[in-house]
Ligand binder design. Structure first.
Ligand code: GTP
Ligand code: SF4
Ligand code: MG
Length: 408
């Protein structure tokens, strides 16, 4: 995925010389992108590194030169480092409990005057012990801090989570659910089965949000039940740009939609909108590796799913069991609390998370990834189980490539 530089969250790393700024960046990215050394002043010009940072997606790290750097040589560097403030969306101040003083307070003032969210990182905790007075001072003014050791990796995952929590909403929330796939002046067909379990007289949230997204972006849509789809499509003199179906009607809808028209499901749209489609495609492919006796976590946000109460408790378990050809240990989870020990699961299958904000779902994806547990969602699982994964991913070339590569 290529995101233009300006859409990337710019994360500026600031602090005194030698505090471990470059080491923190390396630990976050697990790549040696910055030169680390015990000589203070190693980083001279700001080093820009575009990358995909889980779970935030495309970011640009700007590793600056330490700005306690004074003297004739240093002055230029200081100015260069200061100019980084102007393009920082999210700041990191790297320090430690021994060196913390007015200098860091000044950086905080600089962030505050520009309204830039920031996180303080007390690094080198393996060398400098925590100081309760500093902690309580920060807590009293509600400043976010993380304790790390770039050397041992301690606290790095907390920092990752803090970056996700502090990133401005504009970088977290996706602009649209499906309007980018349809385009202004173009049509989508939404297949909305009238399900006896659906709330009487109402559309469910993902359907309503999809319609709103299309209208807001000057597209239009036709709503049909699955048995009317064929007739509706025949009346278009120019094919719609996209057909979206409820996952449960996938097969019939696929049969009635000609192959040139891209087709997907609401749930897959939501894997992208509320989560990370590519990661969840990888997750779905882990279904192939399941064996009898494996533990599976099925997670749902709401205590009552407005349609299909039984998708997570009956339908998906039944299908997985058939697919594996033996019994699985399936746990169903509801609500906001993710179990501490998710690493015992071989896969996590999540609902569409339509009631959540994306930050929360990304946080779960990140936790799963850190525990090395594949994570996917209901819609992708259903599409996989029905053997129409490839068709359902057609509107998303990057995700489709992941599937085709892995399958090959
Ligand atoms: N013990 C310990 N040493 C660390 C830690 N993080 C970094 N270091 C060491 O501290 C030194 C400086 O690390 P850098 O990452 O180069 O620091 P920097 O802030 O980028 O330095 P400048 O670019 O010179 O401003 C190196 O010797 C690192 O190995 C840590 O958590 N614990
Ligand atoms: S958040 Fe999850 S459980 Fe709640 S309605 Fe949406 S998909 Fe269903
Ligand atoms: Mg450096």
């Amino acid at each position: 995925m290529k995101a233009p530089k300006s859409f990337r969250l710019h994360i500026g790393i600031f602090g005194k010389r030698n505090t471990g700024k470059s080491s923190i960046l390396n630990a976050l990215t697990s790549q040696d992108v910055s030169i680390v050394s015990e000589i203070a002043g190693t980083t001279t010009d700001p080093v820009e590194k575009p990358m995909e940072l889980l779970p935030l997606g495309p970011v640009l790290f700007i590793d600056t030169a330490g700005i306690d750097d004074i003297g004739i040589l240093g002055e230029k560097r200081v100015n260069k480092t200061l100019s980084v403030f102007d393009r920082t969306d999210l700041g990191i101040i790297v320090t430690n409990f021994s060196e913390w003083n007015e200098f860091e307070q000044e950086i905080i003032t600089a962030f505050r005057s520009r309204d830039i969210p920031f996180i303080i990182v007390f690094n080198k905790i393996d060398r400098f012990k925590e100081k309760p007075d500093i902690i309580s001072q920060l807590e009293s003014v509600k400043i976010k801090y993380i304790v790390t050791s770039a050397t041992t990796g301690f606290g790095i995952s907390n920092l990752r989570e803090a970056l996700l929590q502090s990133a401005p909403a504009g970088f977290i929330d996706r602009p649209g659910i499906l309007s980018d796939l349809v385009g202004p002046g173009e049509a989508a067909v939404l297949v909305v089965p009238i399900d006896k379990e659906a709330p009487k007289g109402r559309l469910i949230l993902p359907q309503v949000q999809s319609i709103r997204d299309l209208l807001d972006n000057d597209s239009f849509c036709v709503l049909v039940q699955e048995r009317e789809l064929r007739e509706a499509l025949s009346r278009f003199n120019k094919p719609p740009k996209l057909v979206v179906t409820d996952s449960q009607a996938f097969l019939k809808v696929a049969a009635d939609t000609s192959p040139e028209i891209p087709l997907t499901s609401f749930s897959i749209l939501f894997a992208r909108f509320q989560g990370d489609l590519n990661e969840m495609v990888r997750g779905a492919m882990a279904i192939d590796k399941l064996k009898t006796g494996d533990k599976v976590l099925i997670a749902e946000v709401c205590s009552h799913h407005p349609i299909g109460e039984d998708i997570g408790t009956v339908k998906i378990p039944r299908w997985l069991t058939q697919y594996v050809g033996g019994k699985l240990q399936i746990d169903n989870l509801r609500g906001h609390d993710f179990p501490e020990n998710i690493s015992e699961y071989k896969i996590i299958i999540h609902c569409g998370a339509c009631m959540w904000n994306r930050r929360e779902m990304l946080s779960r994806i990140m936790k799963a990834k850190q525990a090395n547990v594949p994570i996917t969602n209901y819609g992708l699982t259903i599409a996989y189980s029905l053997g129409i994964f490839e068709r359902a991913l057609q509107p998303f070339p990057a995700a489709l490539d992941i599937y085709l590569d892995k399958k090959a």
